[in-house]
Design a binder for this molecule. Structure first.
Ligand code: LMR
Length: 330
């Protein structure tokens, strides 16, 4: 049996974690052979909620759950971890953009980055979900210089899954036949869900769907606005779908990507092949090789329509960065 995997989840008492933790414990993340040492973190005032959660996890008698630790001291909780799923942050409410949370949530990620720097393994993988996740991830990465910059991610898999589901419904095909779907840029209303490279079965999506207006207008704006639409309906932000996409996002980093496909995740732009400004966290199409290393998919062409929108999402990330420049120091 493989050695026990130490995994930390922040925001442990929140809605996303409530869907996520039971799936991790069930083996949905690392398979049915892999024992997990699970660290569930939240603020001191959430201790009762974490205790209740730990009781429920115990009551499930999950065979893979080697150990569960709850707590708020991140330096202790991150000790020797190899994976951190950073879910904890204030969620947005109706009428807000994710970027409106920048100042309040950005501060949280200063401390989180420092604790990772102190305690996590140098090659730990970090996935940020708390919004605005790209810029929160940038803050975390800046405060954890001992960790590999390549291993910091912000989750755009939920956008990819939303986009794939929409295209599959439109083309009336099973969702797994949708391939090569890229989300470029920020996990925000400026993100670019790129249908131009998508293949559905053996055909290009543009040839199969043959509805340029729908692809350029409705498809893109529905993916961009899906999070807000869910908040308007549910009165709170998406939770189970975010948790499920986080499982997918994490697995994609450990498993060899299937032939003829890629997945999207927001990663550090250092040395990127698309000329995006360095030191941002920007969503790209990625592929993971047999050794568990990812690479940005190179050589994809942007038509004028996509290129213009990518410039907009890049600009937004630069603006977000300038608003939290003070949080990147020290
Ligand atoms: C989502 O996309 O559903 C999440 O990022 C939550 C939000 O604020 O939209």
């Amino acid at each position: 049996m493989a050695s026990i995997k130490k995994v930390a989840v922040t925001g442990g008492s929140g809605q996303i974690a409530y869907s996520l933790l039971f799936r991790i414990a069930n083996g949905d993340l690392f398979g049915k052979e892999q024992q997990i040492d699970l660290r569930i973190c939240d603020l001191p005032e959430m201790t009762d909620a974490l205790e209740g959660l730990a009781m429920e996890l115990a009551d499930c008698a999950f065979p893979l759950l080697h150990k569960v630790t709850i707590g708020h001291n991140l330096s202790e909780m991150f000790d020797d971890i190899e994976l951190a799923l950073l879910v904890g942050a204030k969620p947005r409410t109706k009428g807000m953009e994710r970027g409106d949370l920048l100042q309040e949530n950005g501060k949280i990620f200063v401390g989180t980055g420092r604790a990772l720097n102190e305690a996590a393994r140098k090659d730990a993988k970090i996935i940020v979900v708390g919004n605005p996740c790209n810029t929160n991830c940038l803050i975390t990465m800046h405060h954890a210089p001992k960790l590999l910059r390549k291993n910091f991610h912000a989750m755009t898999r939920l956008d990819q899954n939303r986009a794939a589901a929409l295209l599959a419904t439109k083309a009336n095909v099973p969702v797994e036949s949708v391939r090569k779907l890229s989300i470029w840029g920020n996990h925000s209303a400026t993100q670019v869900p790129d249908y131009t490279q998508v293949e559905i079965g053996t055909k290009r999506a543009v040839d199969l769907i043959q509805d340029q207006h729908w692809l350029q207008q409705e498809f893109i704006s529905q993916v961009q606005g899906r999070g807000a639409e869910i908040i308007a309906k549910r009165g709170k932000s998406s939770a189970a779908s975010a948790a499920s996409s986080l499982i997918d996002a994490t697995r994609a980093l450990y498993e060899t990507t299937r032939e003829g496909d890629w997945y999207s995740s927001a990663v550090c732009t250092d040395d990127n092949p698309y000329g995006i400004e360095e030191d941002l966290i920007f969503s790209f199409p990625l592929r993971t090789d047999k050794k568990g290393n990812y690479e940005i998919v190179k050589g994809l062409e942007w038509d004028f329509f996509i290129k213009e929108r990518i410039a907009v999402t890049q600009r937004e990330l630069l603006e977000e960065k300038s608003h939290i420049a003070h949080l990147l120091k020290g």
